[in-house]
Design a binder for this molecule. Sequence first.
Ligand SMILES: [Cu+2]
Length: 429
Amino acid sequence: MWIMKRTGTVEGQAKYGNNFQTYDYFVVKHSVAVMDSRGDQLHFSDAFATGHAAFVLEFEVSLLAIDPSIGALPYWETNNGDVLTDAYFGSASATGTSNTVVDGKFANWPIEGSFSIDTWSSYLKSVAGASNGFNGNGNFLRGTSPNNKGTTTVLARFGTAWSFPASGQAGCAATPACWGEWYACIEGGSSDGNFHSGAHSTVGGKSGSALGDFMDPTTSPNDPIFMFHHANVDRNRMKWMEAHAHEASVYYGFKGSAGGCVDPRGGSATCASGGIELTDVINALWPFTSDQLGLSGLSSEGLTHADVLCYVGPASAPYAYAEPGVKSSSETTPVPVPTPSPTPAPASSTNTPVPVPTPSPMPAPASSTNTPVPVPTPSPMPAPASSNTPVPAPQSTPTSTDGAQVMWRLDLARVAAIGSVLHLSLCNL
Ligand SMILES: [Cu+2]
């Protein structure tokens, strides 16, 4: 991770290949998603888990491009002892001047202090109805909403250590019926508290108008603990999906904007006005490609929420999570970053066979239940629609001269009716 922090994009990609990205690439990408003019593309809605799954996976792919022997991105099992120590992530509250983190493996971790979004403009796509509202706070790579007036040039934490019991995690993984209910559970719906945002606010903390970096909702990836916490949140998503495999054919009840919003701060968050439906490209202003995520089952320049549900699920993702206490068999060399808990095992190193993603039958997006033949949401991406969307296995050979596109539409219509029935019974739509 220090190599990602210290190496420029051109140099890094020349050395480690095109999947190398700088650490700040991820901070800025997250910030652009949060400040999208349509509303937050990654939080408060059904888009949270698909968006962060893509985000963490892209980060892992970049990390492994530098050193494949790491095996996988470790996760922070939040019940597994105190990792906010010198041995791991450094202290909270932090012990340096102005609450800077000066101990642990990320001591004096730099925060960009001469930030300009112009540096990143080549990554931004043109999307109808959307524009980027992020340009840092002053010269800092920190957020403006809420205003983070932190001015330290290294990572700051004002909060305290935090843990969330394994029983609470297990409850969220097992109990909620549908996708949105799982999200509500991890955002405070558990009797054990708030599994996702609780870490951000408790560890990050604030002092006056300066937010701890992990608490700044726009630029929270500035704190490296973000990646390890979100790997664990993603582990919970995987467990929930595994426990609800019978909902796979209806995209686990993903409802997009129809599912409403969850505000972990207890307010009334407004859902984004676009970008969070099942067939929308995730974070279209700065999308995730199948190459960036190391997905071989599809080819896409802009993955949709549906794509992630199909290709980054328990049976299809290019990684899997080892249980706490179980070492990945890929750990033949010491892991450079201390692992507070065992690393998730990459698919190739587990005993569990990982089937080639088979996104059939094609479930119907929630919004399509009244429409026999849903039309895919127009995508700003240049890739053809048929490659952007999981295509069900053909049931019969199409006779139309329109070829694959017609086949796809027919199959979608065929399962749409089935899907809507299941949806009604499973998710109360
Ligand atoms: Cu986030």
